[in-house]
Design a protein around this ligand. Structure first.
Ligand code: FAD
Length: 311
């Protein structure tokens, strides 16, 4: 099954297959188990249910690799609407947003970096007005420098903006050191993209070892680590390291994806940990779903069945 990871991640970037698959009515089945809804209202309702269960939320309006400016503007408008709704429903203390810079202009053929910065600034302002925060998702390694540069700019006006680092990349331990300062919110994940060996560990054991080294840096540091993993070993090691470094609960948090290990999410929350669920919504679920299938190719047969039964 690991052999399927590479082709699935390549498919995640294929416009042709995306068009084919996305037109099929697969609103139920495997898509629905990872993506609770397409509209702002459905995402806010799903967030309210998680908050009622004692969890926190970060919402992602799905979309990536946007190549026209109007599309990027529409994404910004969707976030502004969402943030207004979260405030109106009294959820903004427990729900923030995650933004992919390639969805707000970073991938545009000219001035992408600048446009993404200005668009992200608009989302950060709306989040501040709503009483919540933004975390910048991390995409493939070709975007890391631009994303961290935008993060630095945004943090001048919005120091609460969160970053994401991926333990798969060789550079990440050093990036953790640079970001482990007071007030710095850093989500640590393993990394969901297909990366070349020049920049990334290829072996799962090496990625896990790097994850533990990065955890040590972040938990020993002064910032607010956001431990994003479903891996039982990493969760256990994080708990042990948090005690070793004298971390009080609430000075770090665990994060998991919507629909993945929900019982573990509950268990951790009930044990007194802060647990935040990453909740994606919208119609552009294709790339997100392909990355989830690449992590768990066992789900591929469910996906193919739902395509066949709905078409
Ligand atoms: P794995 O070793 O992949 O999985 C451990 C166990 O978790 C598996 O054995 C299985 O039981 C369960 N599991 C994992 N994936 C699935 C699945 N799809 N379906 C069902 N069960 C599963 N990546 C980025 O590159 N950039 C980001 O900005 C980013 N943000 C993230 C935010 C959050 C909150 C989380 C949880 C992940 C994020 N990721 C991001 C994805 C991350 O990089 C990994 O690809 C993903 O979390 C799988 O790695 P894992 O740590 O769960 O460990």
């Amino acid at each position: 099954m690991p052999l399927l990871r590479q082709p699935l991640l390549l498919l995640a970037r294929s416009r042709h297959v995306k068009e084919l698959v996305s037109t099929m009515p697969v609103s139920s089945g495997i898509v629905h188990s990872y993506v609770p809804g397409e509209t702002t209202a459905s995402a806010v309702d799903a967030s309210a249910a998680l908050v009622d269960d004692g969890l926190q939320v970060t919402l992602d309006f799905l979309g990536e690799d946007t190549v026209d400016a109007e599309h990027a503007d529409a994404t910004v408008a969707a976030y502004v609407e969402l943030l207004g709704e979260l405030a109106r429903r009294g959820l903004s203390r427990r729900a923030e947003v995650s933004v992919k810079l390639s969805a707000v202009g970073q991938a545009l053929p000219s001035n992408g970096h600048k446009i993404a910065l200005e668009n992200a600034r608009t989302v950060c302002r709306a989040a501040r007005n709503a009483g919540t925060t933004v975390t910048l998702d991390m995409e493939d390694h070709t975007t890391t420098d631009s994303t961290l540069a935008i993060l630095r700019e945004l943090r001048q006006d919005f120091p609460e903006t969160g970053a994401v680092l991926q333990s798969a990349l060789h550079r990440t331990e050093a990036d953790c050191r640079a970001l482990a300062h007071e007030g710095s919110r850093v989500r640590l994940c393993k990394g969901a993209y297909l990366e070349p060996e020049e920049v990334a560990f290829q072996d799962r054991t090496d990625i896990d070892r790097s994850y533990v080294r990065c955890l040590k840096v972040l938990l020993a540091g002064q910032g607010y680590p956001m431990i994003a993993t479903h891996d039982p070993r990493m969760i256990q090691i994080a708990g042990t390291l948090a005690s070793r470094y004298g971390r009080q609960r609430g000075t770090y948090e665990f994060q998991m994806l919507y629909g993945i290990r929900p019982l573990e999410q509950q268990r951790l929350a009930e044990s007194g940990e802060t647990v935040r669920v990453y909740l994606p919504y919208g119609t552009e679920w294709y790339g997100y779903l392909m990355r989830r299938l690449a992590e768990r190719p066992a789900n591929l047969s469910f996906f193919l069945k739902s395509l066949v039964s709905k078409s």
